[in-house]
Ligand binder design. Structure first.
Ligand code: ZN
Length: 317
């Protein structure tokens, strides 16, 4: 029966070393004692050094007794366990298990257990890796479905038909095959005043396709244990852009030139991260959701704006 103590390679290895050490001591110490006894006898009997006879007998008999005692240590320990078990001081189950494991402990058993432990760990890692791949597959499928939903506004030759009435064109921006096309000219002139009433699926005035991507990223972040929020002004009007530029006049690169901000097209968001770890995760994974943190405002304190997110595929038509 190999249970409890013998399930762990480390425990078996330690027991094996203790057992080996005891076995070596069991022979080495009595042999050493026998040698000193022989020297005592030699000195007293052969060389005739006149020690007190009584003390010689006492010395030798003590050493013989010690030699026998040490040789019997394992038997004594075994007996002790049996006595402890019989008095219920240690339950039978534990003492039997320990004695069995102690007797069975060998380097082969330790190696076998180690192999089993390594294999289990390897299998767990493999399982985790598979799970990650499955999750990545699910996200890719979601993104593909999103891109396919953007195809519905196409002409039969694949070109965009802006006259088809659907949600695909919002605030002048249309989306085709996952590419966002914004018109030339100043942004923020046609921000929706009441997005929901004007056919938007989100109440903030973000481009619905961009908002879907943002929500997908937010869901994925949440599943990974991270949070962020987005600004509730989905579309920044031209007047607001003028005000923002004025506010950050002393920080060049912090705000876009009025009319140039992608906030005015509803295809940019400023994020507020729950933690620096969340910020890192979102920066590392945004591209899997078709989003990125562009290098606008690189002059601002020498960095890009780490909170400003947009679609990767954003063109002008
Ligand atoms: Zn921004």
């Amino acid at each position: 029966m190999l249970t409890l103590f013998c399930e762990n390679a480390g425990v078996v290895r330690i027991l094996y070393f203790i057992k080996t050490a005891i076995m070596i001591m069991q022979f080495v110490i009595p042999i050493g004692l026998i040698i000193t006894i022989a020297i005592d006898l030699y000195k007293n009997l052969i060389m005739g050094i006149t020690d007190d006879r009584y003390s010689v007998v006492k010395k030798i008999s003590t050493k013989i007794f010690a030699a026998i005692l040490i040789f019997l240590i394992p038997t004594i320990i075994n007996l002790l366990f049996k006595i402890l078990a019989s008095t219920n001081a240690v339950s039978n189950y534990y003492s039997d298990n320990f004695v069995t494991c102690y007797n069975e402990a060998s380097i082969e058993l330790a190696n076998r257990l180690q192999q089993a432990e390594d294999l289990k760990l390897e299998q767990e890692e493999e399982e985790e890796r598979k799970q990650t791949l499955i999750e990545a597959e699910v996200y890719r499928a979601k993104l593909k479905a999103l891109q396919e939903s953007n195809l519905k506004n196409q002409n039969s030759d694949g070109t965009y038909n802006p006259n088809l009435t659907d949600l695909n064109k919002q605030n002048g921006v249309y989306v085709q095959n996952g590419v966002f096309y914004k018109p030339k000219g100043a942004s923020g002139k046609n921000c929706p005043s009441n997005p929901t009433k004007q056919g938007y699926r989100n109440k903030y005035g973000y481009n619905d396709h961009f908002f879907d991507m943002l929500i997908n990223l937010q869901k994925a972040a949440k599943e990974a244990g991270y949070t962020f929020t987005y600004s509730t002004h989905g579309c920044r009007s031209y007047n607001d852009q003028v005000a923002t530029a004025k506010k950050y006049a002393n920080e060049p690169g912090r705000a876009a030139k009025p009319g140039n901000s992608n906030h005015g097209w509803g295809v940019a968001a400023d994020l507020d991260f729950g933690s620096s770890k969340a910020e890192k995760w979102v920066h590392d994974h945004a591209k899997e959701y078709g989003l990125h943190f562009p290098l606008y405002g690189k002059n601002y304190k020498g960095y890009q704006e780490p909170w400003h997110i947009e679609p990767i595929n954003l063109k002008t038509y």
